[in-house]
Design a protein around this ligand. Structure first.
Ligand SMILES: [Zn+2]
Length: 471
């Protein structure tokens, strides 16, 4: 992927050894707290990886071998047989990069090599070097933000801290369930859990807000300074306080809300969350545009996040502008990262962020890294190019895994290679000056320094030392 000599220099001399900040992912804090070891390569690689599941389904593999009752080995064999058919899908590169970086295996995975690779990796996974904490150390990870519901006890984060684990594993406040009022029953069961965890009786919207704010405070006390929202779109409908009180009472009384009421409620909640984030100096993130759970038959069988989601075509520009403008007008706009899932919205996002940079800090409003279906060579290249053309790539806070797997950290390497290749091309064809030191510094900023400064995290940067901590 590093086509020019300059790209190779930029990657190997500047990007490669920069540590990793994974400021948004879905790793399990419990697995880190317990420092678990995986029994088999299937467990760490195939359980919960809906990217691989979709590829296997597309390749005609029956569900039994994907999420069903077949053994770990049988599932792995089917995955290995699928790999040669994933050419040009990022899974092909990711798979082999992960085999190399974690297991020192350079053999191509296919049906014939499956057994040897499975046995070798599974044996390595039994050794202490492959506990999840050591996997994070091995990848030179300096900080991780998980994704947590406000009602989560954060007990695992506490245990990780108490253990003195040197890599901060911080929670991120993701209150999607607190604003999801599409079902009165589900919403009220959430309210009950919120009452239980806070000890606050909730009988009005004010009580509800008070209890949530209590959790926001608690998350802050646990080191959290990032929120995240997974939404189809930003809701920025007009509402009044009395309307929201009435809407809350209606849904809390067990009655279903109509579309207008749901939108108003979500709009109100987003404003409150955004104000709390601003008050505490947090960074707020918005992942926009997924159309989820599209296969109702499979959704009923397997539940959410099992590979039945796609890119939606929601309309973002007006509501996003209105939302950010309202906060900015009230001088309550926190640092903000927006991510789009539809590549048709790339230029929209690249230009939207420029409306609300106010000179208070470099890159205050960020357009997040290419996400989910766009998290591949073409998607990342397009995001980097649009950001370069319409904003400042040099102030970009860069890559994150957004992953559920402890083996997905080479995605940072993948991103860095793409980034270095783009710069290498333009230096060699004369579009950029041959100032490798400066470009190298910009690359190091995008790899690590920008994120570290943006989130105000005090982290020591000693890539070599970090590697030696591996058992
Ligand atoms: Zn995510």
């Amino acid at each position: 992927m590093l086509k020019t000599e300059t790209a190779q220099r930029l990657y190997h001399e500047y990007a490669k050894d920069m540590p990793v900040i994974d400021y948004h992912c879905h790793l399990s804090p419990q697995q880190i707290a317990d420092d678990v070891q995986f029994e088999t390569l299937s467990e760490v690689w195939l359980y919960g990886d809906h990217y691989k599941w979709r590829a296997m389904r597309a390749n005609g593999v029956p569900e039994d071998y994907i999420t069903g009752n077949k053994s770990d080995w049988e599932k792995f064999q089917k995955w290995a047989e699928t790999v040669p058919y994933t050419l040009r899908n990022p899974l092909y590169h990711w798979t082999h990069l992960e085999l190399q970086r974690y297991f020192d295996i350079t053999t191509i995975l296919n049906g014939d090599t499956a057994k040897k690779i499975y046995d070798e990796c599974t044996a390595k996974l039994q050794t202490p070097e492959y506990s999840v904490r050591n996997l994070l150390r091995k990848m030179n990870v300096k900080l991780v933000c998980t994704t947590d519901d406000p009602i989560d006890s954060l007990e695992h984060h506490q245990k990780i801290k108490d253990d003195g684990f040197e890599i901060p594993i911080l929670p991120a406040f993701r209150p999607d369930n607190a604003m999801n009022v599409s079902s009165a029953e589900k919403f009220n069961s959430y309210v009950k859990k919120l009452e239980a965890v806070t000890g606050i009786a909730i009988s009005s919207f004010d009580d509800f807000l008070y209890a949530l704010q209590n959790r926001h405070d608690f998350f802050a006390s646990m080191g959290c300074n990032v929120s995240d929202h997974g939404l189809e779109e930003i809701y920025a409908d007009d509402f009044t306080g009395s309307e929201i009180d009435a809407i809350f009472n209606k849904v809390h009384g067990g009655k279903e809300l109509n579309d207008t009421e749901q939108r108003k409620f979500k709009s109100a909640m987003l404003c409150h969350f955004a104000e709390w984030d601003w008050e505490k100096g947090w960074v707020q993130q918005f992942h926009l545009g997924a159309l989820r759970n599209n296969n109702s038959r499979m959704m009923q069988t397997l539940g959410p996040d099992t590979g039945w989601d796609s890119i939606g075509d929601f309309s973002h520009s007006r509501s996003l502008a209105k939302f950010l403008d309202k906060l900015d007008s009230n001088n309550k706009l926190a640092k903000t990262i927006v991510y789009n899932l539809n590549p048709a919205d790339n230029e929209l996002m690249a230009t939207m962020i420029g409306n609300f940079n106010d000179g208070s800090s470099a890159g205050k409003i960020q357009w997040g890294s290419a996400w989910w279906f766009l998290d591949q060579k073409d998607g990342m290249t397009k995001q980097i190019n649009a950001l370069s053309n319409m904003g400042l790539l040099s102030r970009f806070i860069g890559m994150l895994t957004d992953s559920r797997s402890f083996l997905s950290f080479p995605r940072h390497e993948y991103f860095r290679r793409i980034l270095c290749d783009l710069f290498g091309d333009e230096i060699e064809n004369g579009e950029l000056p041959n100032d490798v030191a400066w470009v190298g510094k910009v690359i190091q900023d995008i790899c690590f320094n920008n994120a570290k400064n943006y989130f105000n995290w005090q982290l020591e940067q000693k890539p070599a030392a970090a590697k030696k901590q591996t058992v």
